[in-house]
Ligand binder design. Structure first.
Ligand code: NFD
Length: 311
């Protein structure tokens, strides 16, 4: 039905310009096996990084709850609570003082979080891990109501004719649930090259910050990271970051901000040594290496001198 509507619209718009109905990606092949596999994988290798005393989830049940959120449903118009059962089935404790949010720095944030060992992102928790990077939606023409890889499923981006996509509802529900679960000190990694850095229509701003719990989340440490040295720019004092500080202050959450912190840069520069920001790191480590050599030489000279005065 929705595909007929979309196809009619496509025919109409195609006469004017070949515009697609929505932005999207081919549905992930073998979705059921992928979801069940990820669920098993998470429980075997990841859960203990994040949470110790969790009951084992039945991964077939997790798949049933996940897929019933969109099977046979219009991919452009799903209800806000369609993944409620899935979130309840996969939800678990998030360790205190380790949760990390991010914006525009997916790869670096996840290299840094190290599968939940260093920090815990939404994608290091079960609700996010199971679906991260998958493309899924409903299709009335298949026996199970789930789109196969020949179908394009709408992405999180919304448009007039696709205003409530399966993906956007999924990530909204998962983001809200994650924000409600975090406690103690939280971390946020944001992309320095975005303007504004704390974007108006980001999931972080729209669904995560408003759902942090006052009195439970005590402090937020924001890392602003980029490939150029940014210390002169004072991005921590930029307008949008001050807005973030004010949004957090409404919930009595203390605020700290660091530009290109050393431990994050070590990871960025390990992967991308030619980035501008890395030259200062190599310089510092070279100068500390030469200081070390100087001390070693001094020690050898002193030992030789002491030794020769004995004899
Ligand atoms: P991002 P963010 N409209 O890097 N999360 O703060 C639509 F429709 O800009 C995780 O938005 O950061 N989509 C995932 C958008 C997805 C828009 C969503 C927009 N205006 C949220 N802006 C995930 N794992 O895939 C961005 N997107 C899409 C949670 C964009 O295409 C994480 O806990 C990209 O796929 C994290 O703290 C994704 O949303 C925060 O929200 C991320 O966009 C990152 O969302």
């Amino acid at each position: 039905m929705w595909f007929t509507k979309c196809f009619q619209l496509f025919l109409i718009t195609n006469v004017i310009a070949a515009a697609p109905c929505f932005q999207g990606n081919h549905a992930t092949a073998e979705l059921r096996s992928r979801v069940i596999g990820r669920c098993l994988e998470f429980q075997a290798n990841m859960m203990f990084n994040v949470s110790c005393e969790e009951k084992t989830r039945n991964c077939t049940d997790v798949w049933e709850k996940f897929s019933s959120g969109f099977a046979f449903k219009d991919p452009c118009n799903v209800k806000n609570d369609t993944f409620r059962e899935y979130i309840m089935a996969t939800n678990h404790y998030v360790p205190k003082d380790k949760a990390m949010f991010w914006g525009g720095v997916y790869n670096l944030a996840h290299r840094y979080s190290n599968r939940g060992q260093s920090k815990v992102t939404l994608e290091d928790t079960m609700p996010g891990y199971v679906a991260d990077g998958l493309s899924f939606c409903g299709d009335n023409s298949t026996s199970d109501g789930i789109a196969r890889e020949n179908i394009t499923c709408p992405s999180t981006f919304l448009s007039a004719n696709c205003s409530s996509t399966v993906s956007s509802v999924f990530w909204t529900s998962a983001s809200i649930n994650f924000a409600k679960s975090v406690t103690g000190e939280i971390f946020v990694m944001l992309n320095a090259s975005r303007n504004p850095i704390y974007r108006n229509n980001s999931y972080f701003r729209m669904y995560e910050v408003p759902n942090l719990t006052k009195g439970t989340v005590t402090k937020a440490t924001v890392y602003i990271v980029g490939e150029s040295p940014i210390s002169k720019g004072n991005l921590c004092g930029s307008e949008s970051i001050l807005e973030l500080k004010a949004n957090l202050a409404e919930k009595d959450i203390a605020f700290e901000c660091q530009e290109n912190p050393r431990d994050v840069m070590n990871i960025l520069c390990g992967d991308n040594p030619r980035a501008d920001v890395c030259s200062s790191i190599w310089k510092t480590s070279r100068s500390s290496r030469s200081k070390m050599n100087y001390h070693a030489l001094l020690y050898i000279a002193f030992s030789v001198f002491t030794f020769s005065t004995w004899f």
